[in-house]
Design a protein around this ligand. Structure first.
Ligand SMILES: NC(=O)c1ccc[n+]([C@@H]2O[C@H](COP(=O)([O-])OP(=O)(O)OC[C@H]3O[C@@H](n4cnc5c(N)ncnc54)[C@H](O)[C@@H]3O)[C@@H](O)[C@H]2O)c1
Length: 269
């Protein structure tokens, strides 16, 4: 077994009441890392209690909307007071517009507001709240969960796709600024993982489709996967979490400013 050396450290994960974020929090805890879970859903407190019980680490849950600069900065202060400076911040929280965006004129400009606030400004709020502590400590890592959609101009949901591209670009800016302080910044891009977010992409696709074209969620996703994913299968939340943990750990101490796809080979560079 490869020891990632995360035991005794503290990681904060946004969007961790469900899906990939929850799997990331569980994997950090499995490694003996204390975890702080942030999510807009009140379920986050129960999830933190379950993790503490299951893995015997300290796990704390806060109800935070990452779109709010004030909430993020105030809650970050209370976390730093309670846990001291963190070692890892992972931003998983994200939303789509909820509307099928092909062609993009199906959307109105107001459909962009929430994805920009959560996916992009959430990242900005976290960076401002936690980078100064990492710089002072001369260590720390940020991992942002992006998407292959942010690399291919996915037409399904342009606001989602464009904010995921912005995650990649701003992570590169951050990586350059923070490298002299030994703080690393990377992006992990999942392809297709069965979560509520993925299901909502199918729901918006389904909307307005002719009866004859309709597919159920499993048919739709299996068709997509068989057409575009060379490895031919779904990724699991823990596939994504494994890469996040590796990049956060000192095993990746020379890796910064990178975008790593965990997508079964869908996007190759
Ligand atoms: N599932 C996929 O196929 C897939 C593919 C590519 C990228 N991703 C990315 O993976 C990450 C996790 O997605 P997921 O599939 O687990 O989604 P999910 O919907 O299952 O979970 C997202 C979590 O984020 C929380 N959240 C949403 N808005 C928030 C806000 N404003 N503040 C705080 N929490 C908020 C939700 O309550 C939820 O618990 C996202 O960044 C997503 O873009 C997912």
């Amino acid at each position: 077994m490869v020891d990632l050396g995360l035991s005794g450290q503290t990681a904060l994960i946004t969007g961790s009441a469900a899906g990939i974020g929850l799997a990331v929090a569980q994997e950090f805890a499995r490694e003996g890392c204390d975890v702080v879970l942030w999510d807009q859903s009140p379920k986050v407190k129960d999830m933190a209690s379950q993790i503490a019980l299951q893995y015997g680490v300290t796990a704390h849950g806060d109800c935070v909307d990452v779109a709010s600069e004030d909430l993020v900065s105030q809650t970050a202060l209370s976390i730093i007071q309670r846990f001291g400076s963190l070692r890892h911040v992972v931003h998983c929280a994200a939303v789509g517009s909820g509307t099928h965006g092909y062609p993009f004129t199906n959307l109105t400009p107001s459909d962009w507001t929430r994805p920009v606030q959560v996916n992009l400004m959430g990242m900005v709020h976290l960076s401002h709240a936690f980078a100064p502590g990492f710089v002072a400590a001369k260590k720390g890592s940020f991992v942002f969960v992006g998407s292959v959609a942010g690399q291919i101009g996915s037409q399904t949901d342009p606001p989602y796709s464009a904010t995921k591209a912005a995650n990649i670009n701003f992570a590169q800016c951050m990586a350059k600024d923070l490298a002299p302080h030994q703080v690393r910044v990377n992006v992990v891009c999942p392809g297709m993982v069965k979560t509520d977010l993925n299901r909502s992409v199918w729901e918006s696709w389904l909307h307005g489709r002719d009866e004859s074209e309709r597919l159920d969620y499993d048919q739709w996703s299996e068709q997509k996967i068989s057409q575009v994913v060379p490895l031919g299968r779904w990724q699991s939340s823990s596939d994504i979490a494994n890469m996040v943990l590796f990049l956060a750990s000192d095993r990746a101490s020379q890796v910064t400013g990178q975008t790593i796809n965990v997508d079964g080979g869908y996007v190759m560079r």
